[in-house]
Design a binder for this molecule. Structure first.
Ligand code: FEO
Length: 402
């Protein structure tokens, strides 16, 4: 049965949810699912904006056919060639062989990479930055957004209704539970953490490119944002755009301390917990501790973008960093996080080396400030080290704006 939603008199949401996917992109847990949004504009010409993931092909095609209600599809605009949005292009071409594909040159190249066919010249409308497509009442403008999240990405602006079809930008993890608008749900409490986890893990590396898109978007009058995942924004747009400004400039959201630790027999965990207690006694609020062997890295990366200070605590393992911490550190560095104040705790029962090795990775992160001296324990924290730990807590607090 079709499950479509009317957004305006001539714009419909025709995407679908996947609630069974365990790992988005094979990496990121999606415990509350994910939506693959696609939009169908029913103007004098009909326009489908992106398709959907192969997992939802049945629902997606049923939705498209229902809204078209016997009309032919005139245009398929492809904003992004990642398969969670482009996988149904063959289905659309099979069903509507006369549809014109609207895309840019990089997208054209990727079509032939992903599929065993090429779009014929007479079926292709290649667009450049700022080109427009008139569909009757509506005029669509194509704005390039390279690396948000792949190099071919563009976004589409409907000048008539002032709607930005933003591709991956402004999306969130999480299936759509009936309510399609962000203002219809308790977004801050239910979805902001997932929006941050989505942004930081998917496009967090490309802050400069997101900034470039935000600058272009600032020149457009935008009344509604329609992303490819999650909710449609029609109110409080600036609130979410402000978050994007922070995330894309690697500006912490809160002055507080995140403490990811890797501990085998509890000595490192105990030290992390006592440090957190000392920080709390000095007035730090909202401290967060997480076990890198338990908490998926994508959640810790999201928090790393949120928190101003991070204390990495790891035992030494196989003469290196404990594996879950080593993976996390490389992941954080790969996501280009910057401007963080970082302290290090190491453990090692006979030859502690994790502190030096962690520092080697962390110092490659741009604009990072290492706070205090490396704090080193052998197997377990001792009474005579408490004063040194208190000094580390004080050194951290001294660099906080609280
Ligand atoms: Fe949702 Fe970059 O694809």
């Amino acid at each position: 049965m079709y499950n479509t939603r009317k957004i305006t008199n001539d714009l419909f949401l025709v995407g679908a949810n996947d609630r069974r996917l365990s790992l988005f992109e094979g990496v990121y847990p999606v415990p509350i699912g994910v939506s693959y949004n696609s939009y169908l504009l029913m103007d004098e010409k009909t326009v489908l904006l992106d398709t959907a993931d192969k997992a939802v092909v049945h629902q997606f095609m049923e939705n498209v056919n229902h809204v078209l209600n016997g009309r032919k599809l005139d245009y398929l605009v492809i904003n992004h060639m990642e398969p969670d949005h482009c996988a149904e292009i063959p289905e659309i071409l099979n069903k509507f062989p006369e549809v014109k594909i609207v895309c840019n040159a990089k997208i054209q190249t990727m079509i032939s990479q992903f599929f065993d066919f090429e779009i014929q010249e007479n079926q292709l409308i290649l667009v450049k930055e700022g080109d427009t497509l008139n569909t009757g009442k509506h005029e669509l403008t194509f704005v390039f957004a390279p690396m948000v999240h792949w190099p071919e990405v563009m976004v589409t602006y409907d000048k008539t209704d002032k709607i930005l079809f933003s591709a991956d930008a402004f999306g969130t993890f999480g299936a759509i539970d009936g309510n399609i608008y962000a203002d219809e749900v308790d977004f801050d409490n239910r979805y902001m953490d997932e929006a941050r986890r989505y942004y930081t893990n998917i496009v967090g590396k490309y802050g400069m490119q997101v900034q470039a898109l935000l600058k272009k978007a600032a020149n457009l009058e935008i009344k509604m944002i329609c992303p490819l995942h999650g909710f449609i924004w029609r109110k409080d747009l600036n609130k979410f755009i402000d978050k994007y400004m922070k995330w894309s400039t690697y500006t912490p959201e809160i002055q507080s301390v995140l403490i990811p630790y890797a501990s085998v027999y509890g000595g490192t965990q105990n030290t992390a917990e006592i440090l957190a207690a000392k920080l709390a006694e000095l007035g730090v609020k909202d401290i967060k501790i997480c076990d890198t062997s338990v908490t998926d890295a994508s959640y810790i990366i999201a928090d790393a973008f949120k928190y101003s200070h991070i204390v990495f605590a790891s035992t030494t393992y196989n003469n290196g960093i404990f594996v879950s911490m080593e993976n996390l550190l490389h992941d954080i560095a790969a996501h280009n996080i910057q401007k963080r104040k970082i302290a290090i705790i190491e453990n090692g029962s006979w030859a502690p080396v994790s502190g030096k090795l962690m520092t080697d990775i962390i110092t490659k992160i741009p604009n990072t400030e290492i706070i205090g001296n490396k704090f080193s324990i052998k197997s377990a924290l001792k009474e005579n080290q408490i004063e040194e730990l208190e000094l580390l807590a004080k050194a951290i607090v001294d660099t906080m704006e609280i």
